[in-house]
Structure formats: structure tokens, C-alpha cells
Design a protein around this ligand. Structure first.
Ligand code: ATP
Length: 360
């Protein structure tokens, strides 16, 4: 039976808030350049979420937008700024959390690599963060919130850890480790949270033990914070719960190219969502100063996932072309000011797209 590989994909995009529209414009332009070079047809589906959707549909993620994303292979998610939302919406589940939860994007994959030529010990690792539970009270309950306040002076924050979620995220981490250097580190604090984090650790280690491609070890989160600074070269793939993954991946981002350059992708079984590690940086909005490299790298990770998981021809090629071009541009210091360069958002995007086109 001959199977023709499809060479087309549907990509959703929400431009986002703050610096979002400026940086996602660049990501879209760079993806179009890489797709053209790889003979991949991309159909874009733009959706409205966040503040504009609250105003038009009284929902941060209206049903038509959700359905449009469901018809896509994956999407690019701009940053949201809940500071812009009416008070009664500020506490609710934000657009990003809503999509992570409703599409079961249970793993957030965040790579950090030292720029080449860096002196001393170098970092080349990936943090795989559990995305659906842990201490994130906005998403760890079916009804109500994981936080409660019985009196004005007493608050309880409930962490949720399930064997199912830990097992799923560990599988993503093991698959990734198998494609890299074959090493998985489970980071936890089971010494002080023996039940919750203990279950998380044991579930992850069980997945790794059954996977002959991977050698696993474990580390306490506090020791990890030091080790990431002192001996970053020891780590390949790290898996950890939600809150710890959020904190540690900001640390690894800042130890490498900075927050503006850090890419990430949220993956589930059927969908993936590219999302930069940073937020909406309202201080930089509409100034052409925001670094587009984070969202561009995230978009490359999305295309790589679509190529690998859905068998879409040209997507992995397009992804490698974007990563290589972004890396070359950063190494040539053709960057925004946060990375020590002098270019604007649009110029950086254009330099990356030009490199892709010239490789043809
Ligand atoms: P969130 O909680 O939504 O993740 P945050 O509070 O972590 O947001 P960010 O919006 O990520 O805050 O930004 C923090 C600061 O980092 C910004 O004010 C900005 O100065 C800088 N920053 C973030 N992203 C970028 C970027 N893409 N380019 C340049 N600087 C950035």
C-alpha cells in the first residue's frame, strides 16, 4: 500500500497582547519563508482570544475559536496580559491555561542551550514541565479552585499529583531523551512532600525504568538550582511538576540567551501549541524592541512536532531551517537590545527569513 505523505498543514495563530502582535507577525513571516523553501503548504487560521474575545463574546476562549483551533494541526499562541482584563476576569483561568487544559497539552517542553563560543561549562538541556496540575490552582480541580481561604488570615493551596499525569509527561521526556543523549533527570522535593512529589517521582522513574533507551536519575529541586549554575553540562532532559518547571525554566533561559530568546512548545497526544516562555512584556509593546526569537524558536518546535508526530512532509525540514537561521542570526549579534544587539523586532525577523531564503 503506497502512502503519500501530506505536504500541507493548518496552523492556528492568536497574535496575543502586549508585544504579542509584533512578535507573532515575525513568527508567521519566518514560518512562511521556511515552509516555501521546504515545499510545505501552510494554511493559517487566525483566532480571537483574550481581551477582544471577552468584549465580543464574554469568553476568553469563545467556542468558535476553540473549534477553529481543533481543526488545526497545532497553533502559535501569543502572550496574554490579564492586566488588561476587567476585574471579574482577572482571577479566572487565563487563555493559555484554558487551551492547555481543554486540548490536554500535558507537557511543556523548554530547551536551553548556551550560545556557541561561551567560555566554561555549557548548558544544553530541555526541561519538560507537567502542564495540567501540580500547584496551579486554576487548573487542578474540575470544579472550584485548588486554593481556599477559610479566614482572612489563613490560606490553603492544594497541589494535585496524579500517577496518570506524571506517567504521561515522563513518556514525553523519555522519548525526547532517547532522541538526545539518553539521560533523564527527575527533579522533585519528595523529601518534604513525600506523598505528592513522591508519587510524581516514582511514576516518572517507573516509566524510565521500563525504557531501555534512557538512563534516569533524580535530584532535589533545591540542589538542582545550584547544579544548573555550577555544573549545567551534567543535564540532558529534566522532568518536573508544573510550578517547579516554570521557575527552573526561567532560570535556564536566563543562563543562556535570556527570556526573550527562549522557545517552548506545549504538547499533547493530538495537538501542540507554540508559545514563548516569556509573557506579554507590556513595557515594550508597540516599540519594535521586543525580541521575536523566542516565539520564532517555538514555532520551529511546533513544526518539528507536526512533522514527527503527524508525518507531515517538509515540516521537520522547515523547522531545522528556522532553528539554524535563528541561531546564526543570534551568533552574528543581529539581535534586539535585550541580547546586546541594536536591531528592532522587524529587522531581526527579516534577517532570519532572509537567511532561510538564501539557503535555497
Ligand atoms: P507572565 O507572568 O505573563 O509570564 P512576566 O511577568 O513573566 O509575564 P514578561 O512579560 O515575560 O513578564 O516580561 C518580563 C520582562 O522581561 C519584560 O518587562 C521585558 O522587559 C522582558 N522581556 C520579556 N519578553 C521579552 C522579549 N520578547 N523581548 C525583550 N524583552 C522581553
Amino acid at each position: 500500500v503506497s502512502r503519500t505523505m501530506r505536504r500541507e498543514c493548518r496552523l492556528g495563530i492568536w497574535p496575543g497582547e502586549g508585544i504579542g502582535p509584533e512578535i507573532t507577525d515575525q513568527a508567521r513571516m519566518v514560518v512562511d519563508a521556511a515552509a516555501a523553501a521546504a515545499d510545505l503548504a501552510v494554511e493559517w487560521v487566525e483566532v480571537v482570544l483574550g481581551k477582544a474575545a471577552i468584549e465580543s463574546d464574554a469568553s476568553m476562549v469563545p467556542e468558535p475559536a476553540r473549534a477553529a483551533l481543533e481543526s488545526c494541526d497545532g497553533w502559535i499562541m501569543g502572550p496574554y496580559d490579564s492586566g488588561l482584563y476587567p476585574d471579574e476576569w482577572k482571577q479566572g483561568r487565563n487563555p493559555s491555561a484554558t487551551l492547555r487544559k481543554s486540548f490536554r497539552l500535558f507537557a511543556n517542553v523548554r530547551p536551553s542551550r548556551s550560545p556557541s563560543g561561551d567560555e566554561g561549562s555549557t548548558m544544553d538541556l530541555v526541561i519538560v514541565r507537567e502542564n495540567t496540575e501540580g500547584f496551579y490552582a486554576d487548573r487542578n480541580m474540575v470544579v472550584g479552585s485548588g486554593e481556599l481561604m477559610p479566614t482572612e488570615d489563613l490560606a490553603l493551596s492544594v497541589g494535585v499529583f496524579t500517577r496518570a499525569a506524571a506517567t504521561e509527561v515522563a513518556r514525553v521526556a523519555c522519548d525526547l531523551a532517547a532522541r538526545r543523549r539518553g539521560k533523564l533527570t527527575v527533579a522533585h522535593k519528595a523529601n518534604v512532600l513525600p506523598l505528592g512529589m513522591g508519587l510524581f517521582r516514582d511514576s516518572c522513574l517507573a516509566v524510565a525504568a521500563a525504557d531501555s533507551r534512557v538512563a534516569a536519575d533524580e535530584i532535589h529541586l533545591d540542589a538542582l538550582a545550584s547544579a544548573l549554575v555550577e555544573r549545567p553540562q551534567d543535564f540532558d532532559v529534566l522532568v518536573m511538576e508544573n510550578l517547579a518547571g516554570d521557575v527552573m525554566s526561567n532560570l535556564t533561559a536566563s543562563l543562556t540567551g535570556g527570556l526573550g530568546a527562549a522557545g517552548s512548545v506545549n504538547v499533547g497526544h493530538e495537538y501542540a501549541m507554540a508559545q514563548a516562555s516569556h509573557g506579554s512584556a507590556p513595557d515594550l509593546a508597540d516599540t519594535d524592541q521586543a525580541n521575536p526569537v523566542g516565539i520564532i524558536s517555538s514555532s520551529a518546535m511546533l513544526l518539528d512536532w507536526i512533522g514527527r508526530t503527524k508525518g507531515v512532509g517538509g515540516a521537520q525540514e522547515a523547522a531545522s531551517a528556522i532553528s539554524a537561521a535563528a541561531e546564526a542570526v543570534v551568533e552574528s549579534r543581529l539581535t534586539t537590545t535585550d541580547m546586546g544587539g541594536q536591531l528592532g523586532t522587524r529587522e531581526v525577523g527579516q534577517k532570519i527569513a532572509d537567511r532561510i531564503k538564501n539557503r535555497r
